[in-house]
Design a protein around this ligand. Structure first.
Ligand SMILES: [Zn+2]
Length: 221
């Protein structure tokens, strides 16, 4: 039954509406896991400020998403309560710098990083980044990246999902759990993968390449 057909719709509070799920049709959709360790995306301006004029990121190893790579370059992240060294920069550069950390990292740094979708940086806290040739005080850009699934349009068609949908992901196993509000991102450039951070993966005993299932789509965001 579609949400609109529910005769009791008017009686539901926004909280219950937010829980409304529709099972994936015709069956749960299997997705491999990719765990994101803490990392930094840099703008060209910030790359220049910390590595020097004309510097280009060096490829350390390609990532599963086509065109994306882990760079040889790392930075030191300096927060009010702690420091994390050797944080990997990912390439290529992006219009806005963004620091993606786990909640464990946020405690260590002393930063209240909010849960956000990538690129949604308004109102997020900043942090200091230190590179070999300079330092930058980011005004914003530190987030806990919300779990999401990258899909090629062919996967989306098979799962009957579209870009921007939110889904429930089920994890089997000894610490079986479910992730709600997982954002679906669809692009010709994407390869099918469920991205979550190290805290989430550790809590669910997940490793890279494990398989999880999309079991339901949220009818309201
Ligand atoms: Zn991702």
């Amino acid at each position: 039954m579609e949400l609109q057909d529910n005769p009791n719709l008017q009686e539901l509070t926004p909280y219950y509406l937010s829980l409304y799920l529709k099972p994936i049709d015709p069956e749960p959709f299997r997705v491999p896991v990719g765990i994101s360790a803490r990392h930094i995306h840099l703008s060209p301006e910030h790359l220049k400020a910390m590595f020097g004029s004309g510097y280009g990121l060096q490829v350390y190893k390609p990532l599963s998403q086509p065109g994306q790579f882990a760079a040889r370059e790392t930075l030191t992240v300096v927060g009010p309560k702690g420091v994390i060294e050797g944080v990997r920069v990912l390439g290529p550069t992006r219009p806005q710098s963004q620091v993606e950390i786990s909640r464990t990292d946020a405690y260590r740094l002393g930063i209240e990083a909010p849960l956000r979708d990538s690129g949604d940086l308004a109102g997020t806290p900043g942090v200091a980044l230190v590179g070999p040739k300079g330092a930058v005080n980011l005004e914003k850009g530190v987030i806990l990246a919300a779990a999401h699934i990258h899909m090629h349009p062919s996967d989306a068609a098979q799962a009957r999902l579209k870009d921007g949908d939110r889904v429930q992901v089920l994890v089997e196993g000894e610490r079986g759990t479910a992730f709600n509000n997982v954002l679906i991102r669809v692009s010709e450039k994407f390869k099918l993968e469920f991205h979550l951070d190290t805290d989430e993966a550790n809590a669910a005993l997940l490793d890279n390449g494990d398989i999880v299932e999309i079991v339901a789509r949220k009818l309201l965001m």
